[in-house]
Design a protein around this ligand. Structure first.
Ligand code: ADP
Ligand code: TYD
Length: 207
């Protein structure tokens, strides 16, 4: 049986990646591709603590948060019931909202980036995405979308922070351009236009 593809969506909050992820999953299912949508942080044991930290309910040092993201990621991969590796080995394509590039971008704002990269090495060596799709929007556009569409904004959603996070992504992409397949889309365009571009890319590349 052919292994499923592992496709990751990345972007700053409000970039539109969840919207695009769902649209791609629908397109692939229509084409008869067996596919599952998933996300990080997960809603598993460690992921639940992360959601509490992100909402401000629980306090943690940034280094602890960074380590928890690694633990959640490893559980996401290896979980014996619905882990990503198991799904891929069963031939299912997995489309994931955020993976280790989110840690490189977000945690590196507060923790040295080399530490974050080292801490994620086991995940990277266990499973590299077949492709990381980055939806690139300006932090200003992202902030407008977030404030219009959400009742609560999470701790980290300030324009200044999103600017630092976007820079973190760009630096990490540059650093890892030889070992990672990264495709950047202009997230300022209309939803349908971006979806069409992503569909064309993914279908021609993998299906
Ligand atoms: P993310 O998962 O990156 O945080 P979402 O997909 O949840 O972003 O989108 C955030 C908000 O912006 C949603 O209300 C969504 O409908 C809207 N949105 C997404 N993509 C676009 C786009 N290209 N143009 C305008 N609004 C968009
Ligand atoms: P959430 O509201 O769940 O989703 P969205 O991706 O739609 O914004 O937010 C997840 C938050 O977790 C987001 O602010 C980025 C952050 N995050 C990290 O800081 N590091 C990570 O490794 C991951 C996976 C997420």
């Amino acid at each position: 049986m052919q292994r499923g593809k592992f496709i990751v969506f990345e972007g700053i909050d409000g970039s539109g990646k969840s919207t695009q992820l769902k649209m791609l999953a629908d397109v692939l299912r229509e084409k008869g591709v067996k596919c599952v949508e998933t996300l990080e942080p997960t809603y598993g044991t460690v992921g639940t603590v992360l959601h509490d930290i992100l909402s401000g309910k629980v306090k943690a040092d940034p280094k602890v948060t960074a380590a928890l993201f690694v633990a959640d990621r490893l559980d996401h991969l290896t979980n014996s019931e619905k882990g990503v590796l198991k799904l891929l080995n069963e031939g299912t394509t997995v489309i994931c909202d955020r993976y280790y590039f989110s840690s490189y971008a977000y945690q590196s704002v507060e923790v040295p980036s080399e530490w974050v990269i080292d801490a994620n090495r086991l995940a990277a060596e266990t499973l590299r995405p077949d492709c990381t799709i980055f939806i690139d929007v300006s932090p200003k556009v992202a902030m407008t979308r977030i404030s219009q569409n959400r009742e609560t904004t999470e701790l980290y959603e300030t324009e200044e922070r999103l600017t630092a996070v976007r820079e973190g992504y760009i630096k990490a992409f540059e650093k890892m351009k030889n070992e990672e397949k990264i495709k950047i889309f202009d997230g300022d365009k209309a939803i349908d236009e971006i979806a069409e571009e992503i569909k064309e890319f993914v279908v021609s590349e993998f299906f």
